[in-house]
Design a protein around this ligand. Structure first.
Ligand code: SD4
Length: 314
């Protein structure tokens, strides 16, 4: 149990937690806190998996997914497959506050962002170009239309679906855990107001247009000021099928302690996908918080969240 207010987030993104915390201390709202916290990660390109220059897709482009949720009003703003705009969580908040919609995607999200005054710029960096080129070389099929396209960079497309390696209950999942590190953040205000937000550049080498769990309310994050908040990180293609953040908040509403709620949300997924990668953080409106990860590789995502929570209380 901790005193309020409280900020926790996934992984070891301390600058993000501090940005959120100082926003609260300066009198900002919990929404301001989670927005600024996630925005800090977008600027710092936390672990390469948040913000510009990370997780290039199969065409080499970085695209962003983000959401924000107001647990007082149950308003949500979200963007996915956002191109050429760095501040995805800011655009998500603009969707929430300046439209009657919840979720805007792709080029249209970019146009919306530009109309709202967000700057449009290339999200590629030398690093993302290098990641893409290396992947292209490794995945290029040298004989594929070789005579037509002697340039190896042109002999790799169009996309041909790979054989599906995994099925429910089949532990073989073609998934690179090192490419996953989204920020998910929960802030609980002095009076128990809850806000949550996420921001990510998704999964590396995804099929263009792929959207993960992070911008989906109830999957990537959820906030309800009558119960608590939750945020998830990990294999979004699997996790979004179970709405783990919604489930965890609902379990807390029914009296479960945050750690128990987090564990149940992860266990529900493991029943069907025993080998998936994922973690979730949970906080309730009285300042209790907890986390659960499916395996040790991701314990960092959860336990660092706990450390950060303590840190912000110092
Ligand atoms: C996604 N869930 O797009 C995100 C990635 C992530 O830790 O959380 N990585 O699937």
């Amino acid at each position: 149990q901790a005193a309020l207010p409280l900020v926790i987030n996934t992984w070891h993104f301390k600058d993000a937690a501090n940005a959120a915390w100082s926003t609260l201390q300066k009198g900002g709202s919990v929404l301001d806190a989670v927005e600024r916290g996630c925005a800090r990660c977008e600027l710092e390109q936390c672990d390469g998996s948040v913000g510009f220059g990370g997780s290039p897709d199969e065409r080499g482009e970085t695209t962003l997914d983000a959401m924000i949720m107001n647990g007082d009003t149950m308003e949500v703003g979200a963007v996915a497959d956002l191109r050429r705009v760095k501040n995805a969580v800011g655009v998500a908040r603009a969707v929430m506050e300046h439209t009657e919609h919840t979720f805007i995607v792709g080029e249209s999200a970019t146009i919306f962002a530009e109309n709202m005054g967000f700057m449009s710029e290339d999200l590629s960096t030398n690093k993302s170009i290098a990641i893409f080129s290396q992947w292209l070389q490794q995945n290029c099929q040298p004989n594929y239309r070789k005579n037509v396209f002697p340039d190896p960079s042109k002999s790799c497309g169009p996309y041909k679906p790979k054989a599906k390696l995994w099925k429910p209950k089949n532990p073989k999942r073609n998934f690179d855990p090192s490419s996953h590190d989204t920020i998910g953040m929960i802030a609980i205000g002095k009076n128990g107001q809850v806000a949550a937000a996420t921001s990510t550049n998704g999964a590396t080498h995804k099929i263009p247009g792929r959207v993960g769990d992070s911008p989906v309310a109830g999957a990537g994050a959820y906030a309800d000021s009558t119960a608590g908040g939750a945020a998830a990180t990990g294999d979004g293609d699997i996790m979004m099928r179970f709405l783990p953040s919604f489930l965890a908040v609902d379990l807390m509403r029914n009296g479960d302690q945050p750690t128990v709620a987090c564990k149940t949300a992860i266990s529900r997924i493991k029943k069907y996908y025993p080998d998936f990668f994922g973690a979730i953080i949970c906080a309730n409106t009285t300042g209790g918080y907890g986390s659960w990860a499916d395996r040790s590789a991701l314990h960092d995502a959860a336990s660092q969240g706990r450390l950060l929570a303590l840190r912000t209380l110092i």
